[in-house]
Design a protein around this ligand. Sequence first.
Ligand SMILES: [Zn+2]
Length: 82
Amino acid sequence: MENFSGDNVYREKKSLHCDLCNKLLVDKEGKVKEEFLWTIRGLICSKHYESLDEISFKIYKRYNKGQKISESHSLFKPVKIS
Ligand SMILES: [Zn+2]
């Protein structure tokens, strides 16, 4: 039997959601379900991004539906702010 102690378990695999509407963007397999942008402010679905008038924050990358993101990608790790 496995010991599910919770706190000590680092869960690498997780789904990613839009920071504005919480829509699923990337599933646990790393597949992009919805076009989105990875920005300095977090993840934003393209629908939300286009509705923003002032685009004053940096975009790291744009992801298209159907793209696959590697599990080791930094998107799946906590963002380090320097
Ligand atoms: Zn959104």
